[in-house]
Design a binder for this molecule. Structure first.
Ligand code: ATP
Length: 367
């Protein structure tokens, strides 16, 4: 496929809704989805079970059809088009390899179905086996492969016909943690090397943060926030997003003043600190608002110092870091993540401490 074709490739989703069933049993799985996925990006749909991410992926693949709205791939309206007429291919969670075929036959299968010449099938199969590092296992059957190796074959099989878009539905969830981490790096490498647009579905926030160029966070059939991993993590706009992505402290605090695009909030203990305010949100003086502080944006200091007085409730050791659980003076829980780069002693339970916040640590959220 010509490079120019790839550059114009994109998925445009406008006002898409999906309702399953009718009348009293109708279920709105997707509502008002607007999304433009850029050519060559690693795009992730992230959200809890049942939020509609697989349904959206199946609409792009053509296994389901939208109840309302428009869907274009590379500028062409695809609503009503069958899956095999679209420039997309899908990798499923359960690799679905053909058990009676070898690795090479599995990878070449799609090309054979497309009626490509034998020499091209052999050359592409060899290239794909090399890409996923399975060259030495060409003649093995799926039953003779590990889970990670089977997933590599499934990826190579989906990539072989060189689709414009590869849809991946939780493809790593059956793998153990170590293999999953290895495959995350592999997937990212494959996407960069092939330049194919990847649309990846997961409920695992860490997986989404490490691999994606952009993430759409979904809840109950809607997209709540769309942004780079950095934006989603550091500038969540919704309480749900802040809570779902990474560990977080969500405090309920009063607004005492407004300043430009920010607000001044009063912390338990009486100190006033500036906070960023999510776009489109207009709190008033006197409102109680939800504010997020990431656990790594706070540190324990001596009692009477810092921004917040607190009492130590416990500490949990995670190897690279320790989570120290505190109770603030108004009873709200608060967690601090401390990196274990030297042999610091954990403060004993019941110790009175101060908490220092890094500047710009607070953000006011919707919801
Ligand atoms: P998971 O992570 O558990 O796979 P998901 O975010 O991918 O979840 P979907 O599979 O898209 O969620 O399902 C969204 C909602 O739509 C769910 O409540 C599901 O029960 C419902 N749903 C999906 N397919 C159908 C169907 N064919 N008929 C009726 N309801 C459906």
């Amino acid at each position: 496929m010509a490079i120019d074709d790839r550059q114009s490739d994109e998925i445009e989703i406008e006002g898409v809704g999906k309702v399953f069933g009718q009348g009293a049993t109708a279920y709105h799985a997707l509502t008002d989805i607007d999304l433009a996925i850029r050519a060559g990006e690693f795009f992730t749909l992230l959200g809890p079970s049942g939020c509609g991410k697989t349904t959206l992926l199946r609409l792009i693949a053509g296994f389901e059809h939208p109840t309302s709205g428009r869907l274009r791939i590379k500028g062409r309206d695809v609503v009503g088009q069958a899956p095999n007429q679209r420039l997309v291919n899908t990798v499923f969670q359960n690799y679905a390899l053909f058990p009676h075929m070898s690795v090479a036959q599995n990878i070449g299968f799609g090309l054979k179905m497309l009626g490509r010449p034998r020499a091209e099938i052999t050359a592409t199969t060899d290239e794909m086996m090399h890409l996923v590092k399975m060259d030495t296992m060409a003649n093995r059957r799926p039953a003779e492969l590990s889970g990670g190796q089977q997933q590599r074959v499934a990826l190579a099989r989906a990539l072989a016909p060189r689709p414009s878009v590869l849809l991946l539905d939780e493809p790593l969830s059956a793998l153990d943690l170590k293999l999953r981490k290895e495959m995350q790096t592999e997937l990212k490498r494959l996407q960069v090397e092939t330049g194919i647009t990847f649309v990846f579905v997961t409920h695992d926030q860490e997986e989404a943060l490490t691999m994606s160029d952009r993430i759409a966070v979904m809840q109950q059939g809607r997209i709540l926030q769309l942004g780079t991993p950095h934006e989603i993590y550091h500038a969540p706009t919704e309480r749900f997003v802040a809570d779902f992505i990474g560990e977080t402290n969500l405090l309920s605090l009063p607004v005492v003043a407004l300043q430009g695009h920010g607000a001044e909030l009063t912390l338990p203990g009486g100190q006033t600190v500036p906070a960023r305010v999510a776009d489109g949100l207009m709190p008033a003086v006197g409102d109680m608002v939800s504010a997020v502080i990431r656990p790594e944006q706070a540190a324990i200091v001596a009692e009477g110092e810092g921004h917040l007085p607190a009492t130590v409730k416990g500490a949990v050791f995670f190897g690279t870091d320790t989570h120290i659980h505190l109770t603030l003076d108004d009873g709200q829980p608060f967690t601090i993540r401390r990196q274990n780069n030297d042999a610091q002693r954990d403060p004993a339970n019941g110790t009175r401490v101060g908490v220092a916040l890094t500047s710009g640590a607070l953000q006011v959220l919707r919801g």
